[in-house]
Design a protein. Sequence first.
Length: 170
Amino acid sequence: MLKKAVFPGSFNPFHLGHLDILRRAARVFEQVIVAVYENPSKPLLFTVEERIELVRETVKDAQISNVQVASFRGLTVDYLKSVEAYVMIRGLRVFSDFEFEFRMALANQRLAPEIEIVNFMTGEQYIHISSTTVREIASLGGDVSSMVPPNVEAALRRRFADKTSLSTDM
Ligand code: PNS
C-alpha cells in the first residue's frame, strides 16, 4: 500500500460522491487525510468546524479506519508539506471537471513539483452529485437523501429551517 495522501476540498457539504472517492483512496493509501479548506474571505453555508464534524461523523458511520479529518488555510500544497504528504487526491466526475482539475493540477505542480496529484473516478451513480446541487435542492425543500449521508441531510434540514425561521422573523 502507498503511504499517505491528502484529499482536500471545501466539502460544503460532504456528499456521497466525496465518500465514494474517499473509500477508493482509503483502499489504496495507508492513511488519508480529508483536509477541509477554510477560506476566511468567503463565508459558506457550514463553518469549517461544522464541515469537519460532518465529515468525521460520516467517516465513523462508514467505518473507514485509516482516515483523519483536519482543516487548513492557505495553499493546499503548503498544507501537504506540513503533514509530509506528497500525494493529493481529487475526484473526477464528468468530463467538464477535467479542465478545472487539470488547470489546478498544473498550478499545483508548478508550486510544488514534488507533490503528485492523483485523480479517482467517481462511481457512475454519483456523477450528478455536487455540493452546489445539494445545497440548492435542500434550500428549496427537496429530498437530498440519495445524495448525502444521513447526518449531512439532517444538518441541511436544520440549517435551512433556521434560515426560513430567520427570514420569516424579519
Ligand atoms: O471542493 P473544492 O471547492 O473543489 O476544493 C477546491 C480546493 C479547496 C482544493 C482549492 O480551491 C484549493 O486548493 N484551495 C486552496 C488555495 C490553493 O492552494 N490554491 C491553488 C490551487 S489552484
